[in-house]
Design a protein around this ligand. Sequence first.
Ligand SMILES: [Zn+2]
Length: 175
Amino acid sequence: MQTSFTWVGGRPSVDFTATLGKRQQAPFERIPEPADLGRWFQEAGLAQVAPQVSRAVRGLAVELREALYRLFSGTALPADVGVVNRWSSRRLPGPRLTAERSLEGTSPTATDLLGVLARDGIDLLTGPLGGRIRTCAADDCSLLFVDASRAGRRRWCSMNTCGARAKMATYRSAD
Ligand SMILES: [Zn+2]
């Protein structure tokens, strides 16, 4: 059975870190096979069709994912910056115009897309929301999200799941 992915991060690079679920509790891999990563790229909207992914590229993707996770969660290892920079410095195919002035459909490769994720991560870390990357406050959830709220006090990955459960718990404890 295919695992479903979660999309609460607010940025592709943050959602990518959620492909390892339940990090602090009982980690499980949401992209165990190369094809799962291809499907993730497609569902993330980064590719029209799922790109081919080799076993080697899937391994490199996991390495990049973990480097991004540590950078986002403030637990970076010295090597993590190098991993991200290696991917971000890859040349990416630019948009192409056809003679009819329309955009030529490009199909990025899996390695192109890892470059896109690395760039997104750098843009986030060095941008105005770099200090707003948070871990969900629920005990049984380890999802990261970008708090783009004006007040900057968002605590839950999603109000539909963890936020709703926390509210229920508050009601119950008020009895
Ligand atoms: Zn949560």
